[in-house]
Design a protein around this ligand. Structure first.
Ligand code: MG
Length: 342
């Protein structure tokens, strides 16, 4: 960890004077991540005050929040991060759920991501999972037509009920969460600020329901071609912060991040402990990692995951060029190599 941060910083700012000279959001965020992880260089009140004095508190950044509220930007310190690989079940070849899960076990996957069809089919999935080693990494649910952020209050009620229902099924299958997209383009007439307000009104109750089910809601930022609302990880994390429920979390998708984020590492650090799922794909072509000739690197993002002590799954959501039986193991190895380099 020391090497990772030291590489980013050049060296660790040990004194307040050095910090003043070199202050920037990225440096201070890394500094705090390093401090929390190593527990030997705590972010002192003096440093927080210095950050505020240098105008960072007004920047709207995660660090600005730190300067005004020390409880913000929690860093997960439950243990060292690990690369836990998963895939959406549809990508895996096989004639039945059982066949697909058996192949995933053989390929060395840790998790499987299921779809919204778990509702009403809980028993079928529970039986299949009973004989598999892979655990349910997440349930990819989507937006339910954008109903939860519709201009029509009745539609919103229906959307909330549908999300609560899938959370119950996800809890039964011990899924870490249910992936929720507030709205794809064209699914709501509400404007950005109104959608945020509607979510802040409804998510605390949905989050409480998720916790009772033993799972959580996972907000997914997309790229502007698919959704005008919620495009960056920091934005999703800020919604989680404002909702104040452990039942509401967020995720990052390397495909969308390649379009919307300036830094994979910075995006994951800004997500911090609100981050509970990751989707894997190339940005160009949205296929298996490595199938773009290695153009899309995961090293920078994985470095961010290591810094925040990420404990959850990274899951394929992509197309496959060529034979799945041979191409999927290649992608798994490609990602393990990038994790080792991070
Ligand atoms: Mg995705």
């Amino acid at each position: 960890m020391f090497e990772i941060v030291a590489k980013e910083l050049g060296d660790i700012p040990m004194t307040l004077e050095e910090l003043k000279e070199r202050t920037s959001n990225t440096i201070l965020e890394l500094y705090q991540a390093y401090a929390d992880y190593e527990a030997i260089m705590p972010l002192t009140d003096e440093i927080v005050a210095a950050a505020a004095a240098f105008g960072l508190a007004a920047s709207g950044s995660a660090l600005g929040a730190v300067a005004s509220d020390r409880k913000v930007q929690p860093i997960d310190t439950k243990g060292p991060s690990a690369l836990k690989l998963s895939s959406q079940i549809g990508i895996i070849p096989g004639k039945s759920i059982e066949e697909k899960l058996a192949l995933m076990d053989a390929m060395g996957f840790d998790g499987v991501e299921l779809g919204g069809d778990i509702v009403g089919n809980e028993q079928k999935y529970r039986d299949a999972l009973a004989n598999a080693k892979v655990k349910v990494s997440a349930v990819c649910w989507g937006s339910h037509g954008g109903d939860l952020v519709s201009a029509d209050p009745e539609k919103r009620k229906g959307g909330v009920a549908a999300l609560k229902r899938v959370l119950e099924s996800a809890g039964e299958l011990k899924s870490t969460g249910v992936i929720f997209v507030p709205a794809f383009n064209g699914q709501t007439t509400l404007a950005n600020q109104d959608i945020r307000k509607v979510l802040l009104d409804s998510l605390p109750d949905i989050g409480a329901h998720a916790l009772r089910c033993g799972t959580r809601v996972i907000l997914e930022p997309l790229n502007r071609g698919e959704a005008f609302f919620l495009r960056q990880l920091a934005d999703a994390a800020s919604i989680c912060r404002d909702v104040k429920s452990d039942g509401v979390a967020m995720m990052g998708d390397f495909y969308h991040m390649g379009i919307e984020e300036t830094s994979d590492l910075g995006a994951f650090i800004s997500a911090g402990s609100y981050l509970h799922h990751v989707h894997l794909a190339t940005t160009e072509g949205r296929v298996l990692p490595g199938q773009d000739g290695g153009k899309r690197s995961y090293v920078d993002g994985f470095r961010g995951l290591k810094i925040i002590g990420y404990q959850d799954y990274c899951s394929f959501e992509c197309g496959v060029r060529g034979d799945r039986q041979t191409e999927i193991p290649k992608a798994l190895q490609f990602l393990k190599d990038h994790w080792a380099q991070a």
